[in-house]
Write a protein that binds this ligand. Sequence first.
Ligand code: SIN
Length: 302
Amino acid sequence: MLTIEPTGATLGATVTGADLSIALSEADFGQILKGLGDHGVLRFPNQHLEPAEVYHFSVRFGEIQGPSRVDPNEVVDPLAYVGILSNIKENGEYIGSPDAGQDWHTDMSYRDIRGFVNVLYGMKIPRRNGKALGGTEFGNMAAAYDALSEDMKIRLDGMTATHDFEKFWEHMRRDRNSGRPPMTDEQRRRRPPVVHKLVLVHPISGRKILYCNPGYAIRINELPQAESDAMLQYLFKHQLEMRFRYTHEWNENDLLIWDHLSTIHRAIDDYGPDEIRLMRRCQVMATKVFDPEFLRPVWLAA
Ligand code: SIN
């Protein structure tokens, strides 16, 4: 039987009794969705998963961001959707993506269809003096919304924010020495800025959420530029107050999932180049469990 035990912190719960290498029953999957809505971050310890098993678990939540297909009929190997995050180099080249998202962001808020779930499987965790490094830190955006003043909630009601992929890209080039070249016109064409509501109602928990992250949000569209800049600075500071934060300390074979709608996150860069961190990742979009436009749970509509 599946058990979900909350951490007691602002986010997070541990799920036991599930072997994610085999298909979950509908009832167990429903319990996991409910747990995700309630706790934002779920840890499944002691999982032993091949890449294909990470893919099959992830795709239950929605389509996975992956290689773009020029020919829509082209069959793509599912494993192309399971990414590697790692600082391992082979023959001078990183074996996957070396930038493990070390600044605050919400994956895929820069896309018209929002990200729903991140699935991260910890294969090698850096340790120093027995202490795990390279944790993943989260901010609880339902709690951040609740803590806004009533005046501010009224002010933000109905507003929208523009999210731009290039903001994070340029930040990585400028401030993180990431070695990426500037975005090409073709990359800009594939990732144009998008607009989302600033406050969402979470489709599982029903709570209001501040959907605006420092990684990608560039503008509040209903305000003049200077007021938008000031409001974004205020919201970015507010949402990172310590009372909204929770850090997941990794163990090897943890599979962690989190809800992108109600959290922001970053990887903590407290480990060196010789301290190996190796993760597999699927970034799942809100295409299946919800109506993507209105974020209504489709299983309730059925
Ligand atoms: C991410 O930003 O998607 C990954 C976070 C992590 O590596 O801890």
